[in-house]
Design a protein around this ligand. Structure first.
Ligand code: IVH
Length: 664
C-alpha cells in the first residue's frame, strides 16, 4: 500500500517535470493549464497525507516557507564576466579583426543568440540536484538567492538525462516576460507603489525579495547561456554545450551558427527587425566564438572576454505632438498624469497615450500641452515621454501643466503621499475611485463577478444605485432591468453572477476589498491565519505584524482599513446581504485552539511549512517571536535565543515528536 502511494507520488512528479520541460524548454505544451494544475493538486494532496514522502526536489517544494533575513554571499568558482558592447557594423568588423589576429589566422566560427534583458544567475547543480543559485554581484562574489530561484518553474530542480557532470554550474539570465511585467506594474500603480522602469529592474527586484512566496507570484523565467564550473567538460564548442544543457532539461534560446562576421551582421539586422514579436525583451544579440579552446587562446581583458561581443540595438524612439494631458484617478485615489499623443508608430504598435508616471516626473521633464515630444518604449513595452523639444515650443502660448489642487473627477481634496511621490484624492466618496474599486472588486482574481463589466459599473455608480461594495449584493432585478440597453436576460445573468460570488473563498473577499498593499497572495496568508472575517477584524496590530509574511507597512494598512467605521459598515452590510465566504480548509481538530505557538531550531522530519500547516489544522496560530502570549514553543535542534526566552518566561517547550503525539 505504502509502496503504491510512493510510486504514485513519483509518477506524478515525473509527469509534472515532463510537462515543465515541454512548456519551458521545448515550447510545446501537451496539456492545458487546468490539467497541469490538476496533476499538481493531486500530488500536493498525496504529499499532505504522507508528509514522510515529501522530498526537497518535489515540484511542490519550490516555495520556501519563510522570508530570509538577508542574503548570504558566495564566491564564484569561475568569475562571472561582463560583455563589451558594439552598436554598428564597423565595430563588429573591428571585433572580428581582433579575433582573427588573436587566433593567428586559424579558422573559426561564431554563434549568435539573443541578449536577454534580465539578470545573470549562476545555478550550481551537484549530482544533478540544484543546490545553490547566486546572482552575478560584482562578478567575483554574488548573493545566494536559492530560495527565490527555486520558485521559477522554468528552472529544473533536478537535471535529467545521461552524463551529467558531478558538479555543473549553469549560467543564464532570469527575466520577466513582457506580459508579466505589464501586469505587475498595473498592480503596483493600484497599490500606490512606484512602477518598475523596465523588465530587467522588475526581474532584479523580484529576485531580491526576502519572501520567496512573493517572488513566486512574479512569473519569472530563465534562459541558460553558458557553463561556469564543471567537473567534466560538457563539449568542445559553445553550440554543443548549449545542446547538452537543453538535453538536461534547461531552457536554452535559439542559437545560430555563422562562419563569417558578414553573416553575423546579416543575422543581426534580421533579428533586430523581428525582436518586438518576442514575448520577452532583448536589448541586442551576443556573438561568441564557438570553439572553447579558442576562448582560452583569446583570453579576457579582466572584465570581459575577448571571444565575445554584444551587438546592442538602438533604443526605439518616435517624435509626435502631445495634444493634452489627462489625470487618471486610481482605486486608491492615486492621480496619474497621462499624455494623449498624436498617434504615432513605435516599435511595431500605434501609440496614442504615454504615461507620465507622477507629477514629480512631469515637473522634471517640463513637458507641456502642444509640445513636440520624443517618446520611447521603456523596456519596449510602456511608451514614455522622454523629453520635450523646447526649441519648437511656442513660448507665448505654452504654459507648464498645473498640478491639480483638487481631484479632477470629484473636486475633492488632494494630498501628497508620505513618501512624496504620488498625489492622492482623499475624498472617500470620489466616484472615479469608487468605479476603480468596484472594477477591482469584481475582477477575475477577486470576487469574479464577470457579468458586472466596466460600463455597467459606471452606469450603476452614476445612477447612485451602487455606492459601496455592499450595494452590489442588494441590487434588485428590476433596478437592473430598468437600465437602458439592458435586456431582462442580461439583467438575470448579472444577478446570477453576483449571487454566485457570495460564497467565494474568504481570501478572495479579503483581496477584493482593495486594502492598500494587500494582493491575492497576502490575502491568502491572512485567510489561512485568521479563518474568518470576524477574526481578522478583531486582530490586534501586534497579531498582524507577528505573521511572518506580513510586514509592518502592510499590517498598518490592514489594521487601519478594518478599523475605519465606514469600512466596517460596508463589510457588515455585505455579510447581512448574504455574502458568506467559504472558510479555508476544515480544521482537523481543535486541540490547539486559542494557542499561539512558536517553532524554532532545525526540525528532523517536518519542514517549517508542514508544521505550521499542522498547527493551523488543529486550531492553533503560529507566530515568529516568543512573548508572554506564546502558549507553546516547539524546539528543534540548535534552538537559540527563542528557547532561552521561552524558558525565562516559563513557557512550555516540546520537541517535534511530542508535538506530533499531542495532535494525534
Ligand atoms: S554570455 C562572459 N549570453 O548580458 C560572457 N550573456 O552585458 C557571459 N546576457 O552579464 C555572458 N543574454 O547577464 C551571455 N545570451 C547571452 C546573454 C547574456 C544576456 C547578459 C549577462 C551578462 C550581460 C552582459
Amino acid at each position: 500500500m505504502k509502496n503504491d502511494i510512493k510510486n504514485k507520488i513519483e509518477q506524478l512528479r515525473d509527469e509534472i517535470r515532463r510537462h515543465d520541460v515541454l512548456y519551458y524548454v521545448q515550447n510545446a505544451p501537451e496539456i492545458m493549464d487546468q490539467q497541469y494544475d490538476a496533476l499538481f493538486s493531486e500530488l500536493k494532496q498525496l504529499e499532505a497525507e504522507h508528509l514522510e514522502l515529501v522530498t526537497p526536489d518535489s515540484p511542490t517544494q519550490r516555495v520556501s516557507e519563510r522570508p530570509v533575513a538577508g542574503f548570504e554571499t558566495v564566491a564564484h568558482a569561475v568569475p562571472m564576466l561582463s560583455i563589451d558592447n558594439t552598436y554598428n557594423e564597423d565595430e563588429l568588423q573591428k571585433f572580428d579583426e581582433r579575433v582573427a589576429k588573436g587566433l593567428e589566422s586559424v579558422t573559426y566560427d561564431y554563434t549568435v543568440e539573443p541578449k536577454i534583458d534580465g539578470l545573470a544567475i549562476s545555478l550550481r547543480y551537484e549530482k544533478g540536484l540544484l543546490v545553490r543559485a547566486a546572482t552575478r554581484g560584482d562578478g567575483n562574489r554574488g548573493d545566494v538567492v536559492t530560495g527565490n530561484i527555486r520558485t521559477i518553474r522554468a528552472i529544473p530542480l533536478t537535471l535529467e538525462g545521461d552524463n551529467i557532470p558531478e558538479v555543473l554550474e549553469v549560467r543564464g539570465e532570469v527575466y520577466m516576460p513582457k506580459k508579466a511585467f505589464a501586469k505587475l506594474n498595473a498592480l503596483r500603480v493600484d497599490a500606490g507603489e512606484p512602477e518598475f522602469a523596465n523588465p530587467r529592474n522588475a526581474a532584479a527586484g523580484s529576485l531580491k525579495l526576502l519572501d520567496a512566496r512573493v517572488t513566486a507570484t512574479r512569473k519569472l523565467a530563465f534562459f541558460a547561456y553558458s557553463v561556469g564550473q564543471a567537473s567534466a567538460p560538457l563539449a568542445q564548442t559553445h553550440d554543443d554545450a548549449l545542446g547538452k544543457l537543453r538535453d538536461f532539461g534547461l531552457p536554452v534560446n535559439q542559437v545560430e551558427k555563422a562562419k563569417t562576421i558578414d553573416n553575423i551582421i546579416t543575422i543581426c539586422h534580421s533579428r533586430e527587425k523581428t525582436k518586438n514579436s518576442l514575448d520577452y525583451q532583448i536589448d541586442g544579440l551576443v556573438i561568441k566564438v564557438n570553439q572553447y579552446d579558442q576562448h582560452d587562446i583569446l583570453g579576457t581583458t579582466g572584465r570581459a572576454p575577448k571571444w565575445c561581443i554584444a551587438y546592442k540595438f538602438a533604443a526605439e524612439q518616435a517624435e509626435t505632438i502631445l495634444e493634452s494631458i489627462t489625470v487618471q484617478v486610481g482605486k486608491n485615489g492615486t492621480l496619474t498624469p497621462v499624455a494623449n499623443l498624436k498617434p504615432v508608430q513605435l516599435a511595431g504598435t500605434t501609440v496614442k497615450r504615454a504615461t507620465l508616471h507622477n507629477f514629480d516626473q512631469l515637473a522634471r521633464l517640463d513637458v507641456r500641452c502642444g509640445d513636440t515630444v520624443i517618446i520611447e518604449k521603456a523596456g519596449e513595452i510602456i511608451p514614455q515621454v522622454v523629453e520635450a523639444i523646447v526649441k519648437q515650443r511656442d513660448l507665448f502660448e505654452s504654459k507648464p501643466f498645473e498640478i491639480p489642487v483638487q481631484c479632477p473627477a470629484c473636486g475633492g481634496q488632494v494630498q501628497k503621499d508620505q513618501d512624496g511621490v504620488y498625489l492622492r484624492c482623499v475624498n472617500p466618496n470620489c466616484a472615479a475611485q469608487l468605479k476603480q474599486q468596484l472594477e477591482y472588486f469584481v475582477g477575475k482574481g477577486q470576487m469574479n463577478i464577470d457579468k458586472l463589466g466596466v460600463s455597467l459599473i459606471a452606469r450603476l455608480v452614476d445612477k447612485e444605485l451602487v455606492k459601496t461594495f455592499a450595494d452590489i449584493y442588494t441590487l434588485r432585478f428590476d433596478q437592473l432591468a430598468q437600465l437602458e440597453r439592458m435586456a431582462d436576460k442580461s439583467a438575470a445573468n448579472v444577478m446570477d453572477s453576483i449571487a454566485a460570488s457570495k460564497t467565494q473563498p474568504l481570501w478572495r473577499l479579503i483581496a477584493a476589498l482593495g486594502i492598500r498593499n494587500v494582493g491575492g497572495q497576502s490575502a491568502q496568508i491572512l485567510a489561512d491565519e485568521f479563518g474568518s472575517l470576524d477574526a481578522l477584524m478583531d486582530a490586534f496590530a501586534e497579531q498582524l505584524t507577528s505573521i511572518d509574511q506580513i510586514g509592518p507597512v502592510m499590517a498598518e494598512s490592514i489594521y487601519d482599513y478594518l478599523h475605519d467605521a465606514d469600512n466596517i459598515k460596508v463589510i457588515n452590510d455585505m455579510l447581512a446581504a448574504g455574502v458568506k465566504p467559504s472558510a479555508p480548509k476544515e480544521k482537523a481538530s481543535n486541540v490547539l485552539e486559542g494557542m499561539t505557538i512558536v517553532v524554532t531550531g532545525t526540525l528532523k522530519t517536518l519542514t517549517r511549512q508542514q508544521i505550521k500547516q499542522m498547527i493551523k489544522d488543529h486550531g492553533g496560530k503560529t507566530s515568529s517571536s516568543v512573548s508572554k502570549k506564546t502558549a507553546l514553543l516547539i524546539a528543534g535542534e540548535n534552538a537559540g535565543s527563542k528557547l532561552e526566552k521561552a524558558q525565562k518566561l516559563n513557557i512550555e517547550v516540546i520537541n517535534e515528536t511530542k508535538f506530533i503525539k499531542r495532535i494525534k
